[in-house]
Write a protein that binds this ligand. Structure first.
Ligand code: ZN
Length: 188
C-alpha cells in the first residue's frame, strides 16, 4: 500500500487514511500491517515492530478523534470534549525518538504506540495553536481530505493539484465546452 502525504501535517494525513468519507468511504488501514506501513511511510519510525489488531483499533479511534477535531477547527466550531481528552491522553505516552547518526542520516525509533503518541502530540500542537485556522477541506467533490493552507494568499483549494485539482478542472472544462456548443450528444 502506498499512502499519500499531501496535507502538510502528519495528523491530517493520518485522518485521510479513511478516504471519500461522505460518498464511498474507503478504509486504507484494514490490517495491522497497513498501519505499520503508514507509520514508516510517514517518516515517523524506521521499524514499528509487531502491530496487533488491538493497536490498530486504538489507532483508528485516535484517527477519528483527530478527523472530527480537524473538522471542528475548520468550521470554527467547538471540539468534542471526549475527542480532546483522547488526543491528550494518547499524547501523554512515550514518543518516537530521532537519533542523529551523521549529516543526512537519522534513525527514527519507536513502536506503534510511540508513533501514535507522536501523532497525537502533533495533533495537540496543531489544534491548540494558531495553525488550526489554516485547516481547510479539499475542494474535490468526493475528496474529504483536510490540509493546512500555508499559501501566502490563503488560496490553496486542493489537497493535491495533480489528482483532485486536475480532475475538477477537467470537469469544469467539459461543462464550459458543453455550455458553449450546446448539448453534447456523447455522455460524460
Ligand atoms: Zn482532495
Amino acid at each position: 500500500m502506498h499512502f499519500t502525504f499531501v496535507s502538510d501535517h502528519v495528523a491530517l494525513d493520518f485522518a485521510a487514511t479513511l478516504t471519500w468519507r461522505t460518498s464511498y468511504p474507503i478504509e486504507l488501514l484494514t490490517e495491522p500491517a497497513d498501519l505499520a506501513a503508514w507509520a514508516v511511510q510517514a517518516g515517523l519510525t524506521d521499524d514499528p515492530g509487531q502491530v496487533t489488531r488491538a493497536a490498530l483499533e486504538r489507532a483508528l479511534l485516535l484517527r477519528e478523534a483527530v478527523y472530527r477535531t480537524a473538522v471542528a477547527a475548520e468550521r470554527g466550531a467547538q471540539a468534542d470534549a471526549a475527542d480532546v481528552r483522547l488526543i491528550r491522553e494518547r499524547a501523554s505516552g512515550p514518543q518516537v525518538t530521532v537519533a542523529l547518526q551523521a549529516l543526512g542520516r537519522v534513525e527514527r525509533r519507536g513502536d506503534i504506540e510511540q508513533v501514535m503518541a507522536t501523532v497525537a502530540t502533533r495533533a495537540g500542537e496543531l489544534f491548540g495553536g494558531d495553525d488550526r485556522h489554516l485547516v481547510r477541506p479539499c475542494a474535490g467533490s468526493t475528496c474529504t481530505r483536510l490540509f493546512l493552507d500555508r499559501s501566502r494568499a490563503g488560496s490553496r483549494r486542493w489537497c493535491d493539484k495533480l489528482s483532485c485539482g486536475s480532475r475538477a478542472n477537467a470537469t469544469a472544462y467539459r461543462r464550459r465546452r458543453k455550455a458553449a456548443s450546446g448539448p453534447d450528444p456523447r455522455t460524460d
